[in-house]
Ligand binder design. Structure first.
Ligand code: CNA
Length: 239
């Protein structure tokens, strides 16, 4: 076992107050592309960059184009959790992990069995009519033709996903800050730590066991007590 992985294993073995904070890199081994690595969405060809299309103003002004991209590139109904999701769920059941804070919108942590999941950017699995508030599941969005409309009042349905230019839910942020500020171990995995305000959560950690698990360097490597380079699913399956 790699030395850094062995150090992470020891840290995990000795703690019952671990918090995990993750991003799109947690789901790439489930074949959901992230935004920034080589195969990520930023390296594919679109008329506009993803952060422009999945912004609030784009959604309002060009709802049809928003949904074209969203349905084509943001929805992965057949994706299954990978070893990283399953390991986190196991740690929660063993009483070691206090919660998963995620920037992901794919619902895979819950699918793996995690219960204490704080979704900073919402979830593609929840969708609501913008007029009457009726709930719709992912299947309804996928099967809809063009812009999804409410089957009761006919108005547009919006995913419960925090678009660029929109604010984060205060309750979710509050819970995440509370968990992180009380954590003994903070493991941050599969995030480039460049999307704020989510990336700023790292500043609430007060301990001395901040572990970064990432394929590449991140914006905050200098803050870490331990850096483990590699694929998070492969690394977590060794622990
Ligand atoms: P990002 O900016 O795309 O960064 C991903 C990071 O993960 C990069 O640093 C990669 O090097 C790293 N990485 C990729 N694969 C692995 C792996 N197997 N193991 C370890 N590290 C890996 O993504 P962030 O989450 O930092 O950016 C935040 C955005 C991306 C959020 O708003 C998300 O909603 C959004 N996003 C979510 C999903 C999803 O729900 N699965 C997919 C794509 C984008």
């Amino acid at each position: 076992m790699d030395e850094a992985v062995a150090k992470l294993k020891k840290i995990v073995d000795e703690s019952d107050n671990i918090v995990f904070f993750g991003g799109a890199g947690v789901s790439t081994e489930s074949n959901i592309p992230d935004f920034r690595s080589v195969d990520g969405l930023y390296n594919q060809k679109y008329k506009y960059p993803p952060e422009r299309i999945i912004s609030h103003s784009f959604y309002m002004d060009r709802t049809d184009e928003f949904y074209e991209f969203y349905k084509d590139r943001m929805l992965f109904p057949d994706a299954e959790p990978n070893a990283a999701h399953y390991k986190l769920a196991q740690w929660e059941k063993e009483g070691k992990l206090r919660g998963v804070i995620t920037q992901n919108i794919d619902g895979l942590h819950q699918k793996a069995g995690s219960e204490k999941v704080f979704e900073l950017h919402g979830s593609v699995l929840r969708n609501y009519c913008t007029h009457c508030g009726k709930f719709f599941d992912l299947d309804y969005i996928i099967k809809s033709d063009g812009i999804p409309k409410c089957d009761e009042c006919g108005n547009i349905i919006k995913p419960d996903v925090v678009l660029y230019e929109e604010g984060l839910d205060n309750e979710v942020i509050g819970a995440a800050v509370s968990l992180i500020s009380k954590a003994d171990v903070l493991i941050i995995g599969g995030t480039s730590l460049v999307v704020y305000p989510a990336a700023g959560l790292i500043d609430y950690y007060r301990g001395n066991k901040l572990v970064l698990v990432n394929k590449d360097e991140t914006a905050r490597d200098s803050r870490a007590d331990l850096i483990v380079h590699g694929k998070i699913g492969e690394i977590f399956s060794q622990i």
